[in-house]
Design a protein around this ligand. Structure first.
Ligand code: GLU
Length: 468
């Protein structure tokens, strides 16, 4: 799953799409492409394997286009190649589609609807765009109806952005289990898999929920469920600070994010302090947690490791037995659930697909849920009963640093606010930790020299300690 940017408005679209995709580059991708429609209604498709910088070389910036879609691909079906890069077009050239996600019934779709269509690549996405074209054979259907008929038969995860070249005044989108947002401007609209891609253009965003389709023009947007109910949803202000996204003086985001840790820690303490200076979590959440007799932490990767420290805090400070589960293993090895459990989901992005799958199950079972995440309005945050935010600011590097330390800190705060003696001790401790981080960061040159001297030719390092 990688990135999507779509735009319909008044400005030259090529640069908007490319710089939007560049904002999502850090996620990793193997190929990229954009599709634009010019003022005369002519279509232009540009795709390249490799970096966006290479895509830039082949894009024609002189085409006067003000609507288009762009994509960075992380291959799931078919090798990284120009033929498999998105956008994908239907055989007749009418429809152009970008897609993040995985279509589960792609083989069945191909056999049912496309027995005579010669595909140019090996992606599930190319099958979907041709299924859309298949439904368009019925002249009586509008584009919306065509798109809807296709969505009804497509199974799997997707964020789609679609252009029907017969009607290039409209940009279409749909979402199921892959992130996608609408961005609202004064005389334009965008769709993006992450607000970060388009935050320079607008800070007003509207959520798209699973099973919804969207119609966008320069001036309007309309959301409907695939089954046809009209949805009214107001925009919210996205709080990503554009300055946070620039790596400034740093050669790598990871170095910037390591250095940000003391500031993040102090920000977290501030955010969780009440007017009396005590640590506090929302009362509703506090009551919900006090009613449980066991906590199940569900997470993946780095967040899973933070979960183990969370177990330590919750058992030692709050006296609540806590188990930690890897989200992707949960359905194969569900724990024995007794009494009144609480399920806690930890995810930097709030979009971790495996954790989300468990959350859906737990909600079906009717147990209370809490998400600890860095991203307000993310899927896991929206769908859980409660959310605690990390306040770490966007984490761009794939290797987690400040989000991890933020997770540990928020878990400690959660445990402390539940403990009998929720006093000022933890605030004091976290202050000491932030200062210690400052000192370590101040010595980073010396530490780099030591690492160079002792670690560069070693395969492993063992860190030995006890307890926290
Ligand atoms: N499944 C699609 C493909 O392999 C989309 C991958 C993505 O999310 O980037 O092309």
């Amino acid at each position: 799953m990688c990135g999507i940017v779509g735009y319909i408005g008044q400005s030259a679209v090529q640069e908007i799409l490319l710089s939007g995709l560049e904002k999502l580059e850090y996620r990793g991708y193997d190929s990229a492409g954009i599709f634009v429609v010019d003022r005369m209604g002519n279509s232009h498709l540009f795709r390249e394997k490799g970096r966006i910088a290479e895509l830039r070389e082949v894009v024609d910036f002189d085409v006067p286009a003000q609507m288009g879609i762009g994509h960075t691909r992380w291959a799931t079906h078919g090798v990284p190649s120009i033929a498999n890069a998105h956008p994908h077009q239907s055989q007749d050239g009418r429809f152009t589609l970008v897609h993040n996600g995985v279509i589960e019934n792609f083989q069945e779709l191909k056999a049912t609807y496309l027995p005579d269509v010669a595909l140019t690549g090996n992606t599930d996405t190319e099958i979907v765009v041709n299924v859309i074209a298949h439904f368009a054979k019925n002249d009586a259907l509008t584009t919306k109806e065509i798109f809807r008929e296709a969505l009804k038969v497509v199974k799997g995860s997707y964020a789609f952005a679609l252009i029907d070249s017969k009607d290039p005044e409209i940009l279409w989108a749909a979402k199921n289990k892959s992130p996608l947002l609408i961005g609202v401007g004064t005389d334009f609209h965008v769709v993006a898999s992450d607000a970060m891609a388009t935050i320079q253009l607008t800070d007003q965003y509207v959520e798209i929920h699973d099973g919804e389709m969207v119609q966008l023009t320069n001036t309007d947007f309309a959301i409907e469920t695939v089954s046809g109910s009209v949805i009214n949803r107001a925009p919210y202000k996205a709080t990503v600070d554009a300055a946070d996204l620039e790596k400034g003086m740093y050669p790598y985001y990871m170095l910037k994010e390591i250095d940000e840790q003391p500031a993040v820690l102090r920000r977290i303490v501030q955010q969780y302090q009440n007017s009396a200076g005590e640590l506090e979590i929302p009362n509703e959440l506090k009551q919900a947690v006090q009613a449980v007799d066991r906590i199940h932490i569900v997470a993946c990767g780095t967040s899973y490791h933070a979960g183990w420290l969370g177990k330590h805090f919750l058992e030692k400070m709050a006296g609540i037995p806590t188990e930690v589960h890897i989200a992707s293993e949960f359905s194969y090895n569900p724990p024995l659930i007794t009494g009144n459990p609480l399920f806690v989901f930890i995810s930097q992005s709030g979009e971790t697909a495996d954790s989300r799958q468990v959350l859906v199950k737990i909600k079906e079972w009717g147990y209370p849920t809490l998400t600890i995440t860095n991203v307000q309005g993310s899927t896991l945050s929206r769908e859980a009963d409660h959310t605690l935010l990390l306040h770490a600011g966007p984490e761009i590097a794939v290797a987690s640093t400040k989000a991890y330390t933020a997770q540990i800190s928020v878990l400690a705060i959660l445990a402390a606010t539940l403990s009998e003696e929720n006093d000022f001790a933890l605030i004091h401790e976290l202050g000491i930790v932030a200062n210690a981080m400052d000192s370590i960061i101040a010595e980073k040159e010396q530490i780099a020299e030591l690492a160079e001297a002792y670690l560069t030719d070693k395969r492993s390092a063992f860190y030995i300690g006890r307890g926290l």
